[in-house]
Design a protein around this ligand. Structure first.
Ligand code: E4P
Length: 220
C-alpha cells in the first residue's frame, strides 16, 4: 500500500519525507488555501520536497476551463496528477485529459457507481472519501471494499486512493480492503508508529545494555 500525505504544509511534508515511507501527496483547494500561497507556487515547493505523485485540484467547474487548468497544473512538474471533482464536467475533463496522457485523480467520490464512471473515463486515481461518509453514518470502508471488488471484476487499472482517512484504524481497514493508496493527515501517519510495547521494550533493552556496557558500540 502506498502512503500519501493529505496536506500542503511544507513542514509536515519535510518531516514525512524524512521518514522514507512517503510515496506522494494529495492536496485540495481547502488545504492549498490554508497555506496562503498561489497554487502553482505551493505545488512547486511540494514537488521539491516529495518525489512522488502530487495531486493538485482544479477549481473551475465547467469542463473546458477544467481542462485548461489541468493543462497548466500538469506543466508545473512531471509528478503532478490533476484532480477533478466527480461531476459531469469533471468526468468530461478527466476523459479529455486522460486521452492526452495527463493523469487524473477523480475526487469527491461517495458511491461505487461514481467510481465505475471515473474508471470508464480513464481516471488514474479514484478518491473515495471514507471519513466524510462515516460522518453521515454511512460506511466509508464498505465503499472502499466495493470499489476494489468492482475494479478487480473488470480489470480496471484505476488505482483506489482511500481518502479522508481520519485514524490508524481507517488506514488498517483500507489496507485490508486492498486500497492501492491511503492518503492521510500528518497526525495520522505519525500515529501509525506508536505502540506502547515498542516503547516499553526499547526502554528495557537500553536499561539491560546500560547495566553492562557504559557506551554504545562504535559505528563502522
Ligand atoms: C483527499 O484527497 C482529500 O483531500 C481529503 O482526504 C479530504 O479529507 P477530509 O474529509 O478529512 O477533509
Amino acid at each position: 500500500m502506498k502512503f500519501f500525505l493529505d496536506t500542503a504544509n511544507l513542514d509536515e511534508l519535510k518531516k514525512g519525507a524524512s521518514w522514507g515511507i512517503l510515496d506522494g501527496v494529495t492536496t485540495n483547494p481547502s488545504l492549498i488555501a490554508k497555506e496562503g500561497r498561489p497554487i502553482e507556487e505551493q505545488v512547486r515547493l511540494i514537488c521539491d520536497i516529495v518525489d512522488g505523485d502530487i495531486s493538485a485540484e482544479v477549481v473551475a467547474t465547467e469542463a473546458p476551463a477544467m481542462i485548461r487548468e489541468g493543462h497548466n497544473l500538469s506543466r508545473i512538474h512531471k509528478n503532478i496528477v490533476v484532480k477533478c471533482p466527480l461531476t459531469r464536467d469533471g468526468i468530461m475533463a478527466c476523459s479529455a485529459l486522460s486521452k492526452e496522457g495527463i493523469r487524473v485523480n477523480v475526487t469527491l467520490c461517495f458511491s461505487a457507481t461514481q467510481a465505475l464512471i471515473a474508471a470508464k473515463a480513464g481516471a488514474y486515481f479514484i478518491s473515495p472519501f471514507v471519513g466524510r461518509l462515516d460522518d453521515i453514518s454511512s460506511s466509508g470502508m464498505e465503499l472502499i471494499q466495493h470499489i476494489v471488488r468492482i475494479y478487480k471484476n473488470y480489470g480496471y487499472s484505476t488505482q483506489v486512493l482511500a481518502a479522508s482517512l481520519r485514524s490508524p484504524m481507517h488506514v488498517m481497514d483500507a489496507a485490508l480492503a486492498g486500497a492501492d493508496i491511503g492518503t492521510m493527515p500528518f497526525k495520522v501517519m505519525d500515529q501509525l508508529f506508536n505502540h506502547p510495547l515498542t516503547d516499553k521494550g526499547l526502554e528495557q533493552f537500553l536499561k539491560d545494555w546500560g547495566k553492562v556496557f557504559q557506551e554504545a558500540p562504535v559505528a563502522g
